[in-house]
Design a protein around this ligand. Structure first.
Ligand code: GRF
Length: 201
């Protein structure tokens, strides 16, 4: 008999294509997680509508009324994650820096996907930087989230070639295709190992 699936929450800010990949992968009968909540700080995030159409709870917690009080905003996000029973948080194009409070609260249970072969190119404009450096390969990384941006333990990476004459859009598309394969696979493995640790206790 299959055990209960681990409830996962996904934080997005925009189109949410990685969130969609996580949701689609969870449709497989042997997937160990299920996406129970999609949250965004941006009420206009396109991914929210997509999730709702799939019957997944999806909510915006607009950051604007909180002004500079980032922690209160994140406490509001956290309340919703808790209420939904979320055990693992995945960041999927969540474009706000998280406060130390939120990161500590979810330490060891929060993953992010980043479009570079970390530790190369943390932060923004990763593809442009890889092209400018003349790199022969690029890729993406899934890592645990710690306070330092894009610096937590790397759980998995996927690589793509950078052909001569490549441009930023083509490279981004090539990497994104890999992101959609990598993130669900790494999340599934992460959840399985969390569950093994629990059983061993
Ligand atoms: C992805 O490239 C991801 O690696 C980065 O932000 C982008 C989000 O895209 N963190 P999407 O919203 O998942 O389509």
């Amino acid at each position: 008999m299959r055990g209960a699936r681990t409830p996962v929450g996904v934080l997005i800010s925009g189109r949410g294509s990685n969130m969609q990949a996580l949701v689609r992968a969870a449709e497989a009968p042997d997937c160990p997680y299920s996406v129970v909540l999609v949250l965004s700080e941006n009420p206009d995030a396109a991914g929210l509508a997509w999730a709702r159409e799939r019957g997944i709870a999806a909510e915006a917690v607009d950051r604007r009324p909180f002004g500079k009080d980032r922690e209160s905003h994140e406490r509001a996000l956290h309340d919703r994650l808790q209420a939904a029973g979320v055990q693992v948080v995945t960041l999927a194009g969540y474009m706000r820096l998280l406060t130390p409070w939120f990161v500590r609260t979810w330490a060891g249970r929060m993953l992010n996907i980043h479009p570079s072969l970390l530790p190369k190119y943390p932060g923004l404009h990763t593809h442009r930087r890889a092209l400018e450096a003349g790199d022969a390969e690029a890729g993406c990384s899934v890592h645990l989230v710690i306070e330092e941006v894009d610096a937590g333990e790397i759980l998995g990476q996927a690589r793509v070639p950078v052909p001569p004459g490549d441009d930023e859009d083509a490279l981004a598309a090539r990497v994104l295709e890999q992101e959609h394969r990598l993130y669900p696979a790494v999340l599934a493995e992460f959840v399985r190992s969390l569950n093994r640790e629990r059983l061993a206790l």
